[in-house]
Ligand binder design. Structure first.
Ligand SMILES: NC(=O)c1ccc[n+]([C@@H]2O[C@H](COP(=O)([O-])OP(=O)(O)OC[C@H]3O[C@@H](n4cnc5c(N)ncnc54)[C@H](OP(=O)(O)O)[C@@H]3O)[C@@H](O)[C@H]2O)c1
Length: 285
């Protein structure tokens, strides 16, 4: 099976490259392909003629997206349209990643795939536009929505994951302030990559939520990280609107892996279990 991975040196792309290694995927980085350039995208398809194209590329620094909406739309929507158009022509299955931020967080229960999207920020709007392009162009696609990802490989857009940030703040400050009123489902990228490997070799195309089981606030996530590390630190819970007033984010964006469950394919696990494994892999516990 000829698989091409775009964004192969990113947080998720690195784990996908490992999880799919038996297929010897063609691993492309931003140096090899710019998704917002149709000519370059088409060259990649002509050269590799992939049976499956996995796109992890995104402009996903949420605060920067507010400042650079044009770039957000070029990468997260128009670039995805270019990929979908080429997938249609070359009969390629598109695997694309989207986000819990397409929801507004008013539901207060985990979102299922059928829930109505209503994004609150430029990032979420641009990612939803990307989803819509795929759905109107293609029949054979996997749109995978995930949330609050952490993995051993660096999240390139954010310069690290939430755990890295907590450990940096612990070294720099006496007291750490963490948002208490945004609730999400932390997701270990290695678990996600393994789950993606299983899903994309089926023909159950469509939209899938794939997140760690359960949910927590960023404050609870931080407390659990330090508990597992056996570190005593003062953490102050703060309101999102005081912490980062310039960006609106959903107050509750936990995802339920409903479609995976229906297919009997849900191999994700409680986020706390995955977090422990991550800390072990990083040799922190
Ligand atoms: N991280 C999260 O918490 C989270 C949560 C929900 C959904 N997601 C989604 O999951 C996906 C993967 O996230 P991640 O954390 O693995 O991201 P990441 O570490 O930032 O990796 C993204 C990769 O895409 C490349 N890239 C960026 N812009 C590109 C462009 N215009 N053309 C080609 N390549 C480009 C990056 O290369 P350079 O760095 O060299 O530009 C990098 O290799 C994204 O679609 C994101 O929206 C992430």
């Amino acid at each position: 099976m000829r698989i091409v991975i775009i964004g192969a040196n990113g947080q998720l792309g690195s784990d996908l490259s490992i999880a799919l290694s038996k297929y010897k995927p063609i691993c492309l980085t931003h140096k090899d392909v710019e998704v917002a350039d149709f000519r370059i995208v088409n060259k990649i398809f002509r050269k590799y003629r992939p049976e499956i194209l996995i796109n992890t590329a995104a402009f996903h620094n949420v605060a920067l997206c507010e400042k650079e909406p044009l770039k957000a739309f070029m990468v997260n929507a128009v670039g995805v349209k270019y990929l979908a158009e080429n997938c249609l022509y070359y009969k390629t299955v598109l695997v694309h990643f989207s986000t819990d931020y397409i929801f507004d967080g008013k539901k207060k229960r985990p979102y299922i795939e059928e829930d109505y999207p209503s994004p609150l920020n430029v990032y979420g709007i641009s990612k939803l536009a990307g989803e819509y392009f795929i759905q109107y162009i293609l029949k054979k696609y996997f749109i995978i929505r995930t949330s609050a990802m952490f993995g051993v490989h660096l999240c390139r857009a954010k310069g690290g994951n939430f755990i890295d940030t907590m450990l940096r703040l612990y070294k720099e400050k006496k007291e750490i302030k963490v948002v208490k009123d945004e609730i999400t489902s932390p997701t270990y990228s290695l678990d996600l990559a393994k789950q993606v490997k299983e899903l994309i070799t089926t023909s159950h195309y469509g939209i899938f939520h794939i997140s760690g089981h359960g949910f927590c606030s960023w404050y609870d996530f931080a407390k659990t990280i330090f508990k597992f590390l056996n570190i005593k630190v003062k953490i102050e819970p703060v309101e999102a609107k005081k912490f980062c007033p310039e960006v609106r984010r959903p107050p509750f964006s936990a995802l339920e892996n409903k479609h995976l469950k229906i297919l009997g394919l849900d191999r994700m696990r409680p986020w706390q279990e995955a977090l422990k494994d991550y800390l072990k892999k990083k040799k922190l516990i």
